[in-house]
Design a protein around this ligand. Structure first.
Ligand SMILES: [Zn+2]
Length: 438
């Protein structure tokens, strides 16, 4: 099964990336021929003037690279709405570039493909912002590693997730590398926007743009079926996740995630009773905190252990004291970054719950207005129908606005408990005023 089978409803993207990976192989073959024939590609080009025969070879090489270059390039920008699978697409492409299968790049079967897809290939670096931005320091260290020759793979690949979070300085540092990429380096930037405006213009203009569209529910359900879900599970997950692939998978596989979603739906139902709704909302935030803390703890313990090993903690003898002081600094830095990551994870997790809650009122509104669109919480349609019967469409719209306002506040650093408290107040006010007389 090809790695590209993991993409839902992205036939065009898959075919473009397959073609690029094939071209990359031709490019690589030329590069290797040149590297074995001459000291370096640069050497080959410099020799052009001195030696006619070598000059012709170099010209052929340049031409071959040029030809492949129309399909393959060193810098890519993958954009698409959250849930479209753009970062999966980036990994699929990286796997296809590194893949060992002689006929099908991205075979999905070889160890290399599996390592890349699981983020453990030594020549594929994945940059994920831990805080709200990606700092220049991190990019500098990535860029310097990216310029080295690949350890085992064909290419040295850098995937930057959420490239819209690059600080200006970090963007500039990356730009330099993208402008003059080492011959074996490929940069893949991912950004969640529909429109790559959030990425620096200069960086954007130096990259090839791939747009990963939002898959339909059917695309996602088909994908889950291919991954072994039953038809009922696949359809349910695709619907309640509103075709968001990652979310659909989580809901399919995690009982905890399903339980948290149920609590959010209960909260929606309770917003009719402000005093109980307030507690339910705080509970939703606390659950999100706990889930984030658990996930972060697991990652952090592993990282700390790795860092300790890397720093050779536990050494004795001459110089061990100084080494320990350096170790303490590095460990503190790691701890700080883990703390920042947890903050972000809490925020993302609450945001997910609020998205579910907004969809609850949205479903009620859909039924109130008779709009011809699919419901999201397909398993809560009778509850949302009751809301549609009891409350005016205007008030339901105000509920959605209140949820969106809370999401914005949390994004701007308001404490989640406070933001949802205010949200519950605004929702019950809207529902009170919007009660239909029947
Ligand atoms: Zn493979």
């Amino acid at each position: 099964m090809s790695v590209f089978d993991q993409l839902a409803g992205q036939e065009d993207v898959a075919s473009q990336l397959r073609t690029a990976a094939q071209a990359a192989r031709r490019m690589l073959a030329e590069l290797e021929a040149a590297e074995s024939g001459q000291d370096s590609l640069l050497g080959a080009l410099e020799d052009t003037l001195e030696d006619t025969a070598e000059g012709e070879a170099a010209a052929d090489l340049a031409e071959a690279i040029d030809r492949a270059g129309s399909e393959m390039t060193h810098a890519w920008l993958f954009t698409g709405p959250p849930g479209s699978g753009r970062s999966v697409a980036a990994r699929c492409f990286a796997a296809a570039l590194q893949c060992d299968d002689p006929t099908e790049p991205g075979c999905g079967e070889c160890e290399t493909c599996r390592d890349v897809m699981n983020d453990r290939h030594p020549d594929v670096m994945v940059v994920q912002p831990e805080g709200l931005t990606i700092q220049v320091k991190e990019i500098r260290s990535i860029v310097s590693r990216a310029s080295t020759f690949p350890a085992t793979g064909n290419w040295q690949i850098v995937i930057v997730e959420d490239a819209d979070r690059l600080t200006e300085q970090a963007g500039n540092a990356l730009l330099k590398a993208v402008e003059e990429p080492p011959s074996r380096t490929v940069f893949i930037l991912c950004a969640p926007s529909d429109d790559p405006q959030d990425i620096m213009v200069t960086l954007r203009s130096r990259t090839r743009h791939v747009y990963v569209r939002m898959p339909t529910r059917k695309d996602v359900a088909d994908l889950l079926l291919r991954e072994g879900a039953t038809p009922a599970q696949a359809e349910w997950s695709a619907a309640v996740a509103d075709a968001h692939i990652g979310r659909a998978r989580v809901l399919l596989h995690s009982e905890e995630a399903r339980a948290r979603r149920r609590k959010v739906l209960e909260l929606g139902q309770l917003t009719n009773h402000p005093s109980r709704a307030y507690n339910a909302a705080v509970q939703v935030v606390q659950d999100a905190r706990k889930a984030a803390a658990d996930a972060n703890k697991e990652m952090s313990e592993k990282e700390t252990e790795e860092l300790r090993t890397a720093l050779g903690a536990g050494g004795t003898g001459k110089g061990a004291g100084t080494a320990m002081r350096g170790t303490a600094g590095a460990l503190k830095e790691l701890k700080d970054s883990q703390k920042r990551r947890e903050t972000r994870m809490v925020r993302d997790s609450v945001d997910l719950s609020l998205t579910d809650l907004a969809a609850f009122y949205r479903d009620a509104l859909v039924q109130a207005t008779g709009a011809k669109v699919d419901l999201i919480h397909v398993d809560a349609h009778s509850i949302t129908k009751a809301f549609a019967d009891f409350f005016s469409p205007e008030s339901l719209l105000q509920c959605i606005d209140a949820v969106m306002a809370a999401r914005t506040e949390i994004n701007q650093n308001v404490k989640p408990e406070m933001a949802v408290g205010g949200m519950v107040g605004a929702i019950s006010e809207a529902l009170n005023a919007g009660r239909l007389q029947r």
